[in-house]
Design a protein around this ligand. Structure first.
Ligand SMILES: O=C(O)C(=O)C[C@]1(C(=O)O)C=C[C@@H](O)C=C1
Length: 335
């Protein structure tokens, strides 16, 4: 019987022809020209996978993420780097930074902030720790906004659930639902949603909160779907790397500022952004290391550090702040 499926050699020719000249912008162009029948989301996945497969054949890439497999960090890594990339699960967010810093992996994926729950403390703590190290090579070179849908899953029935495990951020994103629908259950922390699912599989009376794929992989039953308190729940991941990303005209810059611990110092700092007409999209205060009095601040602003306006703003900041660390400039992704 004749098959309509292209042979592997046709596929690899296709792969070569399209991806030899293609880059990330080509995937966007593919979507812009899409007249069906495939939906944009499918075409985006195909384009990205082709590109990733070709790049990996030329120079294999390793990427660290908070595992185990099928965590949201894993999903973000697949979205950004494709299934053919060597995706390496590690146990903590700090270990993702270490892996990139030591050159064990070229990139890392870490969650930075969630639209319901706010900042991810472990990530900011790692940035704060590494920013103090001279010549530290880890920087942000991209972002991945990922819609987060949370499901309650268990090996037993809902009436038997006494403990609900997940990463604290995921538990917090559905704390209203848990309080209303499972008031008898104790919410307990795990190192990731994927680790929580593994535990729910073996522990009687335990359930996990995580992504749909985890239930499939661990043979758990979904007891309640989409339990996130905010239906537009999105987590923004940072892509860590050691090479700076070039300016695209639609970029974001992440900064860590240490400012004098005295009245008016934060106001003076913010006035610099206003004077240079630079828009801020995030500001988070964070304690200084070693219990020193005062705070350090994480800020995201629109633009690239190489843009003249941002470069001038950074020079002025250098005059009011004790230290200014550019954590990275990278293309903005819209979700
Ligand atoms: O535990 C996971 O699955 C993760 O990838 C971590 C993480 C986070 O810490 O924010 C990522 C996305 C969701 O917000 C929940 C958990």
């Amino acid at each position: 019987m004749e098959s309509n499926a292209p042979s592997p050699s046709v596929l690899s020719r296709l792969l070569n022809e399209w991806s030899q000249t293609a880059d990330d912008a080509s995937v966007d162009a593919l979507i812009a020209a899409n007249a069906g029948p495939l939906p944009d989301s499918v075409l985006t996945s195909i384009g990205r996978e082709l590109l990733a497969a070709h790049r990996n054949r030329l120079a294999p890439v390793r990427v660290a993420y908070l595992g185990p497999e099928h965590s949201f960090s894993h999903q973000a890594a697949v979205l950004r780097f494709g299934e053919t990339t060597d995706l390496c699960p590690v146990a903590t967010i700090g270990a993702v930074f270490e892996s990139v810093a030591k050159g064990e992996t070229a990139y890392g994926l870490v969650p930075v902030e969630n639209s319901t729950d706010g900042r991810v403390v472990d990530t900011l703590a790692a940035f704060a720790r590494f920013a103090g190290v001279d010549d530290h090579p880890v920087r942000i070179c991209g972002e991945v906004p990922l819609p987060i849908h949370l499901h309650l899953m268990s090996a037993g029935p809902r009436s038997a659930v006494r403990r609900v495990y997940s990463k604290p951020q995921a538990l917090s994103q559905c704390r209203g639902w848990l309080a209303e629908h499972l008031p008898q259950a104790e919410a307990l922390p795990e190192s990731s949603t994927a680790a929580a699912a593994a535990r729910a599989k073996t522990e009687a009376g335990a359930a996990a909160v995580g992504g749909e794929r985890l239930a499939v992989e661990h043979g758990l039953t979904i007891l309640a779907s989409e339990i996130e308190d905010n239906p537009r729940n999105v987590t923004r991941f940072a892509v860590l790397g050691t090479e700076p990303a070039a300016a695209t005209g639609d970029d974001r810059t992440a900064l860590l500022l240490r400012i004098p611990h005295e009245p008016g110092s934060l106001a003076d700092t913010l006035a610099v952004f206003a004077r240079h007409e630079v828009n801020l999209s995030l500001i988070e205060s964070f304690p200084l290391p070693g219990g020193e009095p005062g705070y350090q601040f994480f800020l995201d602003c629109d633009g690239h550090a190489d843009d003249p306006a941002i470069a001038a703003c950074l020079r002025s900041l250098g005059r009011v702040a004790k230290s200014v660390t550019v954590l990275g400039s990278y293309p903005r992704e819209r979700n």
